[in-house]
Structure formats: C-alpha cells, structure tokens
Design a protein around this ligand. Structure first.
Ligand code: GLV
Length: 328
C-alpha cells in the first residue's frame, strides 16, 4: 500500500523527519529553502499533508490548487499564516503547536525585557566597539525591573507565564488587559490585576505584548497608543509583527517619547523597518522566543504527532478547526 504524501515546507530535526518517514512518503526540504507562495503551491500539489512553519501561507488560493490536501500541521503556536475559514471550507484540518513552548517563550520575554530595560545590547556593542575608556556614574543607566509595574497585553498561557515571573520572581506589580478577564483563581496565581487597555498603556513601566495577531489586533500599538505610554516606559513585542506599527515605534524611539523597546517580531519579517535599525534604544532579535533546543524539538514532534494521528484515523492532539474531523 502506498503511503500518503507529505511536504515539509522547511527543514526540521532529522529525528522528526525519520519518524514521519515511517508514515508518509516525505518530500523534505532539509536545505531549508524558503519558497514563494507559488513554489509552495506547486510542491503541495498531489500531497495529502503539509508540515508548515509560521511563514508558510495556506489560503483559499493555495487550497484551490491543491485539492488532495487534507491536513496542515504548523510548527508554531501562532497560526495567522493559515486562513482557517478557507481551510475549514475546503475540509483541510489545521493544527498548531501550543503549550510545549509556553515556559520557554515566557523566559525569553523576560530576557528581552531585562535586556531592554537594563540596556544590555547597547552597552555590549559599545564595549565591543572599543569605546569603553572610563567608567561613569550614569553609563548605560536604565530602569529597574524589580518593584516596577509590569503591563501585559494578551493574557493567554504565555502572558500568564510572564506575569508569574514578574510577580513571584521580581516583586512586580502586574496589570493586564485581555479580550476576556481571567477567572479569579488564575488572576490570584499570577498576582495580576485586570485593567482597561488605556490604563495599561498609561501606567505600565514595562509593557509586554503577547496577544495573537488578527485583523482586530493589527496595529493595536500604533502612534496613538504609543503616545499614551510613559516616556520612561519600555515596550516588548514577542507576539507577532503587525501588532505594532513599526514605523510609529521607530519614531517614538527616535523622539524618546518612550525609553526603549525589545522586539522579537516585525512587520514584513525577515525585513526590519530601517528606522528601527537606526536607533540605539531598541534590542532586536530574529523571532527566536521559542528557540531552545528542547522546545523546538517538542514543537516539531507535536506537529508530527498531529500528522501521524490524523493519517492513522486517530484524533489529532491540537486541532484548530475540529469541525473538519466531524465531517470525516
Ligand atoms: C512563534 O512565533 C510561534 O507562534 O510559535
């Protein structure tokens, strides 16, 4: 019996590829070539399954050209690269990779917050450039983390992880805003107080963005929102590019209407707004918040588990449009 055909949109750990090869006829991409949408579509033709990452767009156009496709497993918790409605209409199951990356991503959010507030990247560049000739009292003086007010916009699992680190590890006063308020037990665990978005922006000393990207959250932090923040505040984005208006942020950083930013995600990745590259008060990392080896392996294995379960007629672990399964 021939095996179902699986396209790997990007390179993956060899052991995950080996697992998948026992269940699928795999077309791998271990050279890790980034295909255009047209190239991805061409390669997906005749495939029943796809292993995708957050940069691989699956929409109505792709689906119309690939009628054999039955499942796309994203190796990411975010899935704004999927048009879920179009996938459901086409009977294509979508899965993502939540939970396994929560703590690693919260660790990184905190690392980026600390690097930003304490000006670690900026001071390291200064030292490497041979500019350190004397110590001075205000050299790279930043803002404190401990005891400060930590604002979190988007209070899902990762937001809660950041809140716990801030409240329990650093004695921070944690406030948050979310589409829906957490139940009281979770709020108490995170020592977090629900506030309006306006109060969040106006009172946070450090604001961390962890909300999912959608049409509704596009430019949730634009010029007007940035203008509400304290001039001493820092902003950290580990959510998605497009949630912050990067041009407006570059201007706010240049004019010092906020003190600093730490950014792991950008509009139009892997391109970065030139205005952000021009200012010293920003720490820039290339979308690596979940990038510890154990976590990336767990994400890849979860995507593989979803593919293997689905193709074996079993329930996938993390379906995004389970209605498709009911029609099976
Ligand atoms: C990373 O950005 C993810 O969504 O997993």
């Amino acid at each position: 019996m021939s095996l179902p055909k699986l396209l790997m949109a990007r390179a993956v750990f060899p052991e995950v590829l080996e697992r998948l090869s026992a269940h699928f006829e795999v077309q791998a991409n271990q050279a890790d070539t980034v295909w255009s949408k047209a190239e991805l579509t061409e390669r997906l033709k005749g495939k029943q399954a796809a292993f995708t990452t957050g940069g691989d767009r699956i929409d109505a156009e792709v689906l119309a050209a690939c009628p054999d496709l039955k499942i796309c497993a994203n190796m990411a918790v975010g899935y704004n690269n999927f048009d879920i409605d179009a996938m459901t209409a086409a009977g294509v199951l979508a899965t993502n990779a939540p939970d396994v990356l929560t703590e690693t991503t919260a660790d990184f959010g905190f690392a980026l917050l600390m690097a930003t507030a304490r000006r670690i990247a900026e001071s390291e560049h200064f030292l490497r450039a041979g500019q350190w000739t004397k110590w001075s009292f205000d050299m790279f003086a930043g803002s404190d983390i401990h005891g400060a007010t930590l604002g979190i916009l988007g209070m899902g699992r990762i937001g809660q992880g950041i809140a716990r680190r801030g409240a329990h590890g650093f004695g921070m006063n944690v406030i948050y805003h979310n589409r829906s308020r957490l139940e009281a037990g979770l709020e108490a665990e995170c020592k977090a107080r629900y506030v309006s978005k306006e109060e969040l922006l106006k009172t946070a000393d450090h604001l961390v963005l962890v909300l999912p990207y959608s049409a509704a959250s596009h430019h949730a932090m634009g010029a007007a929102e940035l203008a509400l923040m304290k001039p001493t505040a820092t902003l950290v984005n580990i959510a998605r590019g497009g949630i912050v208006d990067d041009a407006a942020l570059a201007l706010a950083l240049k004019n010092k209407t906020i003190a600093a930013a730490g950014l792991d995600v950008f509009e139009g990745e892997p391109l970065v707004h030139p205005g952000l590259l021009d200012v010293p008060n920003v720490v820039l990392t290339p979308h690596i918040a979940s990038a510890s080896i154990p976590t990336r392996l767990a994400m890849a294995n979860l995507a593989a588990d979803n593919l293997i379960a689905f193709i074996g007629g079993k329930a996938p672990l993390t379906p995004l449009n389970p209605a498709v399964l009911e029609r099976r």
